[in-house]
Design a protein around this ligand. Sequence first.
Ligand code: 13P
Length: 249
Amino acid sequence: MRKPIIAGNWKMHKNNVEAEDFVKSFQPQISDIDNVEVVLCAPFTTLGHLISVTANTNIRIAAQNMHWEDSGAFTGEVAPGMLKSIDCKYVVLGHSERRQYFAETDEAVNKKLKAALKANLTPIACIGEQLEDREQGKTEAVIKQQFEVGFAGLTSEEMAKTVIAYEPVWAIGTGKTATSQQAEEVCAYIRKLIEEGFGSETAQQVRIQYGGSVKSANVKELMEQPNIDGALVGGASLEPDSFAQIVKF
Ligand code: 13P
């Protein structure tokens, strides 16, 4: 059985004070949840503080990006080992905003994915089509390309440890959720790609999240789909009551 994983992606929101206030209000509301892995994806500056205020709780902390090199002259970047050194256990990779605004390619995502796995971090690797891809009937082709290049060279064990987030770009921050059927169709297709590349046992182990305008009103129906094992939540994760309702779907 795959354990569902629901992650709040705070993007470029919350300083240390705001993050701690969030945890004080959020944590008591979800403290008895043990059938869902709960993750907060925070800016680099709040990671250390969040990790200490969530110690001994059921909340896990993720970075939103990292570099693939161990160290070096890469001004402004953060290495996998640096995340490990503060006991950060998860990292989001290849988010569409990084692809769109920071020119991140599938090749870069692949290097980051391998580096994260080597450092024993759990990657949450994002893929998803643009609106024009969908309108032109190219959704599967785009997903296949992102998967085949982004996940190239992983062992089956590494693939099994990786969380995939399917985030259709047209549904991010727009209020336009994919219907649960549209989301399920693509998540099932991603599982088929995993099966073709890594075998059926691995395909059954990989957790696939849906992301894009997830809120308390639609999370249950999305989570009921057989190939959707979690959610990556942006806007609705910024407020503790709203994110707690989602986690308790
Ligand atoms: P929204 O939930 O705000 O649409 O954002 C989705 C997302 O990008 C999560 O990574």
